[in-house]
Design a protein around this ligand. Structure first.
Ligand SMILES: *[C@@H]1O[C@H](CO)[C@@H](O)[C@H](O)[C@H]1NC(C)=O
Ligand SMILES: *[C@@H]1O[C@H](CO)[C@@H](O)[C@H](O)[C@H]1NC(C)=O
Length: 341
């Protein structure tokens, strides 16, 4: 294992599950949690569904940390096995994903081994997937490398910065920085480098841009932070940590139409929590003791009239924090019916 950090700490803030659970104050169970519905669960343990993007037609693209593949999931036909979209030979897994321009997606890929829980710094790159040619057959979507990011330790979340410029922001959880990647020119540079992104374990993880503000989670510090940004992705004001989480470890999150955040509590949290624009954190779905959302990794709202208030959540089945300390299941895609308004 080649690393700058002690790897178990870097990769698994809750490697020792007991220490994690014992250190964690148990929240008061909420009485009005949202319903959850499984869309599809992979049968095997060790399946780590890492992130997702929703296409204009409502179909969901999922990434997998345990294989270098992305799949399409139909949220309207629960139980139907996902369709393979593309493979990325030479990498172990796919991570963050975001739509850059209509039907064109940027995907972070690299070598984090789920099997051995070890990471290979300098193995990361950002690829492009063009879904305009996708006809349901593997390989029909065109893929091409946008750029290697050789100094990256562990790429994680990806989000659109500017659709006109086709730029995305990409989190490096190992270095605790954020890159702006120009998906057309194939260039990149660090635009965010702040203490709020660093951690002993995984730092900056999920990220989103909305109305000139940049929001991100830090998994190791378990914080949700906001900063105003310039059009080039650099900070235009002070970093403001809105919430410090007490359960599990913050992973990726979605913003609803109003700007409230819905964050995955990974690392044994097994919940989705809402962080309101006013900074109030409430439980939305799942439970620390339940497999309903075992090991949530990311979340996105639907894009069709049918599912605008449905939050789709990806999971790793509890690999980073088994439910009740013992239960690990196959990763899945879960729908959470969120009463937004
Ligand atoms: C990443 O893993 C793949 C598959 O094992 C391997 O072919 C490749 O050389 C690795 N890349 C690096 C930079 O270690
Ligand atoms: C989870 O289970 C533990 C052990 O049975 C229990 O003490 C705790 O109250 C439960 N927490 C919730 C939120 O249900």
């Amino acid at each position: 294992m080649e690393t700058m950090f002690p790897l178990p700490t870097l990769l698994l803030p809750c490697l020792s599950i007991l220490s994690c659970i014992i250190a964690t104050p148990i929240p008061t169970p909420s009485t009005n949690l949202a319903n959850t519905r499984d869309i599809y669960q992979f049968p095997n343990k060790g399946t780590w569904v890492e992130n997702l993007a929703v296409r204009f037609n409502g179909q969901i693209i999922i990434t997998r940390l345990d294989v270098p593949q992305i799949f399409q999931v139909n949220p309207f036909t629960p139980g139907q096995p996902p369709t393979l979209i593309a493979e990325f030979p030479g990498y172990l897994g796919t991570i963050g994903i975001a739509e850059v321009s209509p039907e064109i997606f940027a995907v972070a890929v690299g070598n984090y081994s789920v099997a051995t829980r070890s990471n290979t710094p300098k193995s990361y790159a950002v690829w492009k997937v063009d879904m305009r040619s996708f006809n349901g057959q593997p390989g029909s979507a065109k893929t091409s490398k946008i750029t290697d990011i050789p100094e990256a330790i562990l790429l994680n979340g990806v989000t659109l910065l500017d659709g006109w410029d086709a730029t995305v922001l990409v989190a490096d959880s190992g270095l605790g920085v954020v890159y702006r990647v120009d998906t057309k020119a194939g260039t990149y540079e660090i635009v965010q480098d702040d203490a709020t992104m660093k951690a002993t374990g995984l730092g900056v993880n999920g990220l989103r841009v909305r109305n000139g503000n940049f929001f991100f989670t830090n998994g190791g510090k378990n914080t949700f932070t906001k900063v105003p940004i310039n059009r080039d992705g650099t900070a235009a004001g002070a970093y403001q940590t809105i919430v410090t989480n007490t359960v599990g470890s913050f992973d990726d999150f979605a913003l609803d139409i109003l700007g409230d955040a819905f964050a995955a509590q990974g690392g044994g949290g097994n919940q989705i929590v809402k962080i309101s624009r006013g900074g109030v954190e409430t439980e939305v779905a799942g439970n620390i003791n339940s497999t309903a959302i075992a090991g949530p990794t990311s979340a996105r709202f639907g894009r069709t009239l049918r599912d605008l208030t449905t939050l789709y959540v990806t999971t790793n089945g509890g690999l980073t924090g088994p439910v009740d300390g013992t239960i690990v299941e196959g990763g899945k895609i879960v729908a959470v019916d969120v009463p937004i308004l």
